[in-house]
Design a protein around this ligand. Sequence first.
Ligand code: SAM
Length: 345
Amino acid sequence: MAAASLTVSSVSSPAPGLRDSYGRLIHDLRVSITDRCNYKCVYCRTGEMGAQYPELAIDEYLRLIKLFVSLGITKVRLTGGEPLLRRGIVDLVREIARLRTCGGATLDIALTTNGHLLDGLAGPLKAAGLNRVTVSMDAVDAAVFERITRVEGSFAAVLAGVRAARAAGLTPLKINCVLLRGFNDDQIEGFARFAREENVVVRFIEFMPLEEGRLWSPEIVVPLREIVERIGRVLPLVELPARDASETARRYTFSDGLGEIGIIAPVTQAFCGACSRVRLTSDGKIRTCLFSQIEHDLYGRMRAGESDDELRAYIISTVQSKEARHHIGEPGFLKPSRSMVHIGG
Ligand code: SAM
């Protein structure tokens, strides 16, 4: 897609705010721009399944994003699959950033990536208007890391990406680590040191039943309480106050004030009541919850020729159907039809 064709008209009027039927303000849009990934993380993918869903053209994502922004979305996070595999991502970020000058003034643009290609792209993405990046890293030991990603040389590439992102000013730089008992829970203390040495915010995430295979069990989840206790034994932690009601991470600094750790505990301390998110899959379906059993085909309506006003009305009514909460660990819990890599994490 040529950059020249990626132009957008203005976001018509200041955003009124998008609320679900429980009164939650929905201001955070996650957009998957591919479900392809260059890693095969053992807890995420079986290693046998490739991409499962079609991708939209970059200017089609742009049109849909623009509709959401006109309805009150103030944060757009690009994800995947691996979003940096997608040609045209720099142009897409540049055009999303243009929405700031036409109605979406406070629009925050973020990216979640495995970091493998970030060394070469951090500078262009920052120049295009990206605010922040979150890099997924599940170990600080190179051998453990490469056992998880199943890609040789991945640790060095990601570390270079992390440093390039910091040098480019894509800050605060967050590192997300999914912890699994028996896989990488021996990395917890090393990550605490890494946060301080690399001046990054490390966030541990509880493993959710969203994998392609069948690995999840309550026993494999490393709960928030245990993470805090283990780090606290090596480096005393002090809890930080939440910055806003929809913050998903419990935040901690160390007793000397240097460095930050976050813990995202969707399993043992669910935060659904404060959820502000809605997701768009790489094939243009709206998902109102990671664990939704149904998807809403926004792109299908766009392809059928619906006007922006009709598509906006569809988004508003879809958001109304957002689930109250997830049911992980409860009897009768059903995994969604797509796994994390195909939804967009
Ligand atoms: N490729 C990008 C990346 O690595 O960040 C974006 C997509 S990836 C699916 C997004 C995030 O979801 C990663 O941090 C990954 O570790 C996390 N993730 C994948 N499966 C998960 C699961 N079952 N539970 C919790 N997080 C998961």
